[in-house]
Design a protein around this ligand. Sequence first.
Ligand code: NAI
Length: 476
Amino acid sequence: MSVETLKFDVATIGGGPGATPGAEVLARHNKHVAIIEQGDGLGGTCLFEGCIPSKIFLETAHRIRLMQAGSQFGIVNPTYQGVDLPILRDRKRQILDIRVHGAQTACDRLGITVIKGQADFVDPHHLVVRTANEPDLLVEAEYILAAPGSSSRPLAIPGADSVGVWSSAEALQLSDIPESLCIIGGGYIGVELATLYHALGSRVHILEMAPRLLLTEDPIVAQHLMSAWTQAASPVVVETGVNISHIDEINGQWQVHYTGSQHQEVLLEVDRVLVAVGRVPNTQGLSWAKAGITLGSRGEVPVNEYYQTIVPHVYAPGDANGQMMLAHAATRQSQIAAQHILGVQTFATTMTVPHVIFSHPEIAAVGADSRALAEHPNWKLTTWPYRQDARALIVGDASGFAQIIWDEDTHQIKGLQIIGDGAGELVDELTDVIAHGGTLETVVETIHPHPTMNEVVSELVAAAWEEAQNATGTPH
Ligand code: NAI
């Protein structure tokens, strides 16, 4: 029996943030585009088991903390009595449905064909699409955007793959709220899910192999998070420098065996274990060699600055190239790849990708951080505390701070880090400035509304500018 062949200008492998934004750009330029997605709807890990579900639940966590702090705001006898998990799960489902419907409508409007099934390379221009119940399809495409995403890195210790040990995706099913939860890994996911389950009432214990939490973040910021957690009435316990040997389950209780930083042997007993030790490119199930592509040592797809692989008509934007596992980075990479296919001008934005960790306190950063000072003697660090900001006091966060890195010679702003309420929104105050080589003066010459949290950033830059004036002895 012959296999039906469908012909397109461009086909994508995957329907997440690495694929769909590029597909939309191409369709708007009259390309005949197919998105091939194996899951139930467009959105990828971000929508179904990553950014969006975690932030839906973290919004509830935020509101719990607001209620618990109610008396500080003059509210008489505020009482928090727990969460209704079915309502919370239903709220998630409704939001996901709206997003899935929106993505499908956009594709319909642009004439993009969405094919449900699992794609694989047959040769550099052909993909086979397999589905559970239908015959295989063959898709022929002039260009391919291969964006299969990433998945949780397995933890290679005995017991870590036992049924009942949670991955982040399972933790975001919110099936129950364990009384005690051990999170293995103190990276982005570990820290966000610690924030969530701590707010929901779990006793949370993070076990991190490295000497500190959030190894990729500025150490000053990571230390501030550690201090905030340690000083909380019911602290999130963090142990760093641990070496976990194995995990057992005995009568529904989980036992995590590890060597602590002082070389002591420890057995931690908890109701649940969650593994969050990184993500790996989702490249294993695809026949890259048939397309002429050789994967890198981490299983990533090697790409150039346009997210083009060694095979010029195959692009790999998103997590699969292993460069930056952030949905907004994937979106931009997807658009850059599409613009490159179209031959239109594009802008590489690699150096100025902001990121947010939705912990409590919230963390956001863009550009260089304090670790860059050692290499650049003319770069300066200036810090501004939230307690100097009227709006921060009003919302009840006097402990956060923001810091910038700036060049003493050119006054260019090189980086911004914030830890505190609203950090995720505030980081954008300087993202454009940093991306376009802007200076302290660019910000100081702009009026910012009062009283807003944005003034944390504008006052910070003004403080740096004062320092710059004092250093040169310029009157101001
Ligand atoms: P991660 O790489 O940020 O952190 C993993 C942590 O696990 C590291 O600190 C590592 O030292 C630790 N670890 C590894 N093996 C261990 C072991 N055997 N015992 C104890 N600790 C161990 O990875 P994570 O948190 O899983 O997140 C994956 C990626 O997902 C992030 O890099 C980020 O790109 C993305 N993400 C982004 C978010 C956001 O933008 N808000 C939120 C969540 C994830």
